[in-house]
Ligand binder design. Structure first.
Ligand code: CA
Ligand code: CA
Length: 243
């Protein structure tokens, strides 16, 4: 004979709480949707609330500008040599052979239009728009770090070769200053082929220009004609190279 005993089971309080908690939960799918919504709202907050200054700081060019000492309408020309023995920007040429100061000054500003002092010179450099100006390594950086007013200049001779008549721009950490977008400064060099050395490879194109017709690239003594004055610059620079 089998006797079945039925024992009433009363759940303890902890079990009741757990059971109710599970019962109160939304289905798993709704839980994931809620999490996704919270994540989405958090990202919105991050994008629009937290980084207001960060976004602004991504464009430090907003208030940064450059200017040249010469404010006339003509483009000026700077004769450069790879070893830095070319003309300083303070002695640029006007198209008819007059000297003029073409010193470039940068006014480096931050997100709130504040001056950025002691910014490294090596992080600010010049490039021609067509890259015809061929820089030696670090050859076109600013003369010095920015001062307390956030200014720095390019007045000393550059270390470069090649030639360009497209104008140049100032770059800060690789970003071009857009105010103004182009500086009307042209360059030429006895290093005509831009290989970093003034040598026989440059004599051939110079001779071609000298006897065959005017070319800006060989007009080192910039006056619109090729004469012995230009040949003198080539002779003086012969053998000079990037440091
Ligand atoms: Ca060369
Ligand atoms: Ca000339």
């Amino acid at each position: 004979m089998i006797i079945l005993l039925t024992v009433p089971v009363t759940p303890d309080k902890a079990t009741v709480r757990t059971t109710r908690a599970v019962a109160d939960r939304p289905p798993l799918g709704l839980d994931m949707e809620e999490s996704a919504m919270k994540y989405f709202l958090t990202m919105i907050a991050v994008l629009f609330l937290v980084p207001t200054t960060v976004w602004a700081c991504m464009d430090i060019m907003m208030y940064t500008r450059v200017e040249t000492a010469y404010g006339g309408p003509e483009a000026v020309t700077v004769m450069v040599v790879p070893d830095g023995s070319g003309n300083p920007l303070t002695e640029a040429w006007l198209p008819w052979g007059s000297r003029v100061d073409a010193t470039i000054t940068i006014f480096l500003r931050g997100c709130e239009d504040e001056a950025i002092a002691n910014f490294p010179a090596e992080d600010m450099w010049l490039e021609s728009l067509d890259y015809g100006l061929v820089n030696c390594w670090g050859g076109t950086i600013a003369d010095e770090n920015t001062d307390d007013q956030g200014t720095a200049t390019w007045a000393q001779p550059l270390f470069a070769g090649g030639s360009s008549q497209t104008g140049c721009k100032v770059l800060v950490n690789g970003m071009a200053v857009e105010t103004p977008p182009t500086l009307a400064i042209h360059f030429n060099s006895p290093d005509i082929n831009g290989d970093g050395t003034v040598g026989l490879a440059d004599v051939v194109p110079f001779a071609t220009d000298f006897y065959g017709g005017y070319q800006f690239r060989s007009d080192f003594h910039r006056d619109g004609v090729l004469t012995l004055a230009d040949l003198v610059h080539l002779a003086r620079a012969m053998g000079r190279s990037c440091p």
